[in-house]
Design a protein around this ligand. Structure first.
Ligand code: GCW
Length: 832
């Protein structure tokens, strides 16, 4: 009876993705045998909230996976047990036990020991957070069906700083968030219900993340108002049992804007005193407060330049206010002038972080950390490693990685980022003449800094599955795992995540791991060639294609493509001189186009389209080929996923399939936009004859129209033929039709339409008199107009067509969305 109820409870729960990698799904009976010797009680020694949380989590996990309820005890029983406690607590209960003496904070030990003659599994650590991490490690092993017998394992974190940032605004929106509203704020205040904040902290703790900054770096000064502090204390309380420190982003002008001072000059004594009092107030309410994050003199934020002061001056006044409380200040190096004169060929945004910060090495306090984005521009799909990491010998630093996929498909496209992050972390900047991989620099190992580490911009939201795409949570997981141990391989991380998230079926594990690992190269190949960055709509959404949007404006993300060539010349000899920011051997490597790796060629050099790459291809042919290959491989992801039907739960199967189908369609939008733009600009044809030739495509503007009228899409490359049709008259619906003129047979039909977020048009598709499909354009893409952001594919498969059949599409506009259409493409089905 009990078993029956248990099984029902588990299979009955819909898989929304909310549990992420902490599903604690029942292990199969074969694997369960492996855990039969597991003790039946969980003992928490000492009086620590975090250790008690660890105990409860252990009980929860074992109950979920093994169907057994461990007895929770507070002292060593006279039986075999799983024993949890800090070194101090374990020493007090079992003085004879030998424990390691030299482990770092947050480390843990899992060890099979004998206590009072009983075999026990000991989970112990120098601090209580380490005990919690040890419990999660044990549960992860069981979830992945690993043995837990005879354990003797020590794990130590690679760096002390393992934090996430959230760019949540106090009104509840999230800057660059793609998964719904904030889990922390609503209408200018902290949410009444912080259940999700609590569960988020649990997820973070399970991967070793020990700090979370909950508000946007474009900080609203109100966060420091007295009335806000009790609200922050509530969030800190929600985090506390999971050992996650609360931190906030603050605006440098706060002493003036909310403090009523006449100045926020960091060298003014009153300003220093204001920050001290503010910090004291915070720590009085939140003794384990983590610290502040600061974005200053960047993208319109106020900063020390207002008073002719340096970033070190600004960081120091705040660092000193936090120091005796044990807090830290993260000062972001993402400082650049966004009104750069694009006409001056020496100007280069990529140079800004290094130029602004490297002269300040040694001027920051010991509890200040310079937070540096991984590349010199801004989370592009491909950039070189920021040279600033190699420029600090006497300054703490942390690397900022972006989990939210701002420039990498915004969680609508699959893009598993740990392979990118690994490339960055393993990259040897040769700082100070030695071997200095970025991971060692940021962890403070290369130059023996007191602190440093990893920051990930996560931006989870209220969507049930936290990040919007069921497979995107692998990025949050991967960030935590790499912050804990950057020597893990991306493959190992993808496999771990898949086992925890989808179970241990070998086919599932193999397939999803392979899909994840392939996804970044796939995304790169259809969105941005050879280090040119993403050729996205840079002035708005940062999502779909918009090739010219980055040129001729002050934002400095230029690719300099014209009719002869493409690329930013960043050499010392003829360009902006950025290459010289690297240590000599790397500067030499990047100075010459010959030695620059192909995938960064256009970041460092302006070259003719006919230039030949190391692969033997010309630049232009590479652009064409990679975009075609990328789009084909995106379609391949759909096929890989469908091979898993029946092996993963229906809910997540369907959700992922819908996303991948959308992605495959949008990859074609990208492919065509980029290939057509470069074809028109360069005048050089695709050697393989694909670009500009779409024999199976019928442009909507060439169909027979009833009510619909053609219009120009801007920019032109984001619609096939540069045009679409829209239904703007008085009629409630319009029609577009054509006659099928190919041999009779089975076909699939792709309708390319534009799904804006300011209306929900309806579409119906007919073959002759028969309606074969209907749908509503109700997605929430980042677009109010037809174009690369809104262009979407509807695929109808398994259609029997005969020559002469009339194919007709009926569109009913809604709001400001005029049932716009781009084209229809017809292919044989099933695909050959
Ligand atoms: O890439 C840019 C984003 C901004 C962001 C900024 C930053 C929070 O487009 O939205 O602002 O980076 O990192 O400060």
């Amino acid at each position: 009876m009990f078993l029956g109820v248990f099984a029902l409870a588990v299979t009955g729960a819909a898989e929304t993705g909310y549990e992420a990698w902490l599903r604690y799904a029942p292990v199969d009976s074969l694997s369960e045998r492996r855990y039969q010797a597991l003790p039946s009680s969980a003992v928490a020694l000492g009086d620590s909230l975090v250790v008690r949380t660890a105990q409860a989590e252990l009980v929860r996990g074992v109950r979920g996976m093994l169907g057994r309820t461990l007895r929770a005890e507070g002292a060593l029983p006279r039986e075999s047990a799983i024993v949890l406690g800090t070194f101090a607590a374990v020493k007090a209960a079992a003085p004879a036990l030998a424990l390691p003496t030299n482990l770092k904070q947050d480390s843990f030990l899992l060890e099979a020991v004998v206590l009072d003659g009983f075999p026990c599994l000991l989970i112990t650590a120098p601090n209580d957070r380490g005990v919690l991490y040890g419990v999660f490690a044990l549960l992860s092993k069981i979830a992945r069906h690993e043995t837990v017998a005879g354990l003797n394992e020590v794990q130590q974190p690679y760096a002390p700083i393992r934090w996430v940032n959230q760019w949540d605004n106090l009104d509840g929106s999230i800057e660059r968030g793609y998964a719904g509203r904030s889990i922390f704020f609503e209408n200018g205040s902290v949410r009444a219900d912080l259940a999700r904040a609590r569960d988020y902290a649990r997820l973070l703790a399970s991967i070793g993340i020990n700090g979370c900054t909950i508000n946007n770096v474009n900080a609203n000064p109100r966060i420091l108002e007295d009335s806000f502090l009790p609200q922050l204390a509530r969030v800190a309380e929600a985090f506390r049992s999971w050992g996650v420190a609360l931190s906030i982003a603050v605006d440098l002008s706060s002493p003036k804007v909310i403090g009523g001072l006449g100045t926020f000059d960091p060298l003014d004594a009153q300003v220093g005193a204001w920050w001290r009092v503010k910090a004291d107030e915070i720590y009085q309410r939140i003794p384990d407060f983590g610290g502040f994050v600061i974005k200053a003199d960047s993208e319109g934020r106020s900063g020390p330049s207002a008073y002719g002061r340096t970033h070190a001056d600004a960081a120091s006044v705040i660092a000193r206010a936090l120091k005796h409380h044990g807090g830290v200040v993260f000062y972001r190096a993402f400082v650049y002038n966004h009104h750069l004169d694009w006409r001056d060929p020496k100007n280069d945004r990529a140079k800004a972080a290094y130029d602004n910060f490297h002269p300040l090495d040694g001027e920051f306090e010991d509890n200040a950390i310079v937070q540096i984005k991984h590349g010199p521009i801004d989370f592009q799909v491909r950039e070189p490693v920021s040279p600033l990491f190699g420029a600090f010998e006497r300054t703490n630093q942390a690397i900022e990685l972006q989990i939210t996929q701002e420039y990498t498909g915004q969680q609508r496209h699959l893009c598993f980022l740990p392979p990118l992050w690994k490339e960055v972390l393993d990259f040897d900047l040769k700082a100070g003449g030695g071997r200095t991989p970025v991971k060692e620099l940021v962890a403070g190992r290369s130059f023996h800094r007191p602190t440093g580490g990893f920051v990930g911009v996560a931006n989870v939201g209220m969507d049930a599955n936290w990040l919007g795409h069921p497979l995107a949570m692998a990025n949050l997981y991967g960030f935590g795992r790499l912050a804990w141990d950057p020597n893990l391989s991306a493959g190992a991380i993808a496999e771990e995540w898949t086992r925890l998230t989808f179970g241990n079926d070998a086919t599932v594990v193999r397939t999803i791991t392979a899909m994840q690992l392939a996804s970044w190269p796939i995304y790169e190949s259809y969105t941005g060639p050879l280090g040119a960055g993403t050729l996205t709509n840079i002035l708005g959404s940062h999502y779909g294609p918009g090739i010219e949007s980055s040129e001729r404006n002050g934002w400095g993300q230029w690719h300099r493509a014209d009719h002869e060539g493409i690329g930013m010349d960043r050499t010392v000899a003829t360009g902006t001189g950025f290459a010289a920011q690297y240590a000599a051997p790397l500067a030499r490597l990047y100075e010459s186009a010959k030695s620059t790796p192909d995938d960064l060629l256009l970041f460092f050099h302006h070259v003719p389209y006919t230039d030949v790459l190391h692969t033997g291809k010309t630049v232009i042919q590479h652009i064409y080929d990679s975009h075609y290959e990328g789009a084909e491989r995106a379609e391949g992801l759909v096929r890989q996923w469908t091979s898993l039907k029946g092996r993963v739960d229906e809910e997540r199967y369907a959700a992922v399939l819908a996303q991948l189908n959308y992605q495959a369609g949008h990859a074609i939008v990208w492919r065509d936009a980029i290939c057509n733009w470069f074809f028109r600009t360069s005048g050089i044809a695709d050697a393989r004859g694909r670009v500009g030739h779409h024999p199976h495509r019928i442009e909507a503007e060439n169909m027979q129209l009833d009510g619909y009228s053609p219009f120009e899409v801007s920019p032109w490359e984001t619609a096939s033929g540069g045009k679409g049709i829209e239904c703007v008259g008085e009629k409630p619906s319009c029609q577009a039709m054509f006659r099928f003129n190919r041999p009779a047979g089975w076909y699939e039909l792709d309708v390319q339409y534009f799904d804006q977020n300011n209306g929900e048009s309806k579409y119906r598709l007919f073959v002759g008199m028969q309606q074969v499909d209907e749908w509503v354009a109700d997605d929430h893409l980042p677009a109010t107009r037809p174009g690369g952001d809104s262009s979407t594919r509807r695929r109808v498969t398994g259609l029997a067509l005969r020559p002469g059949d009339e194919i007709r599409i009926q569109g009913s506009p809604d709001g400001a969305e005029h049932a716009p259409l781009d084209y229809i493409e017809i292919h044989r089905w099933p695909p050959e």
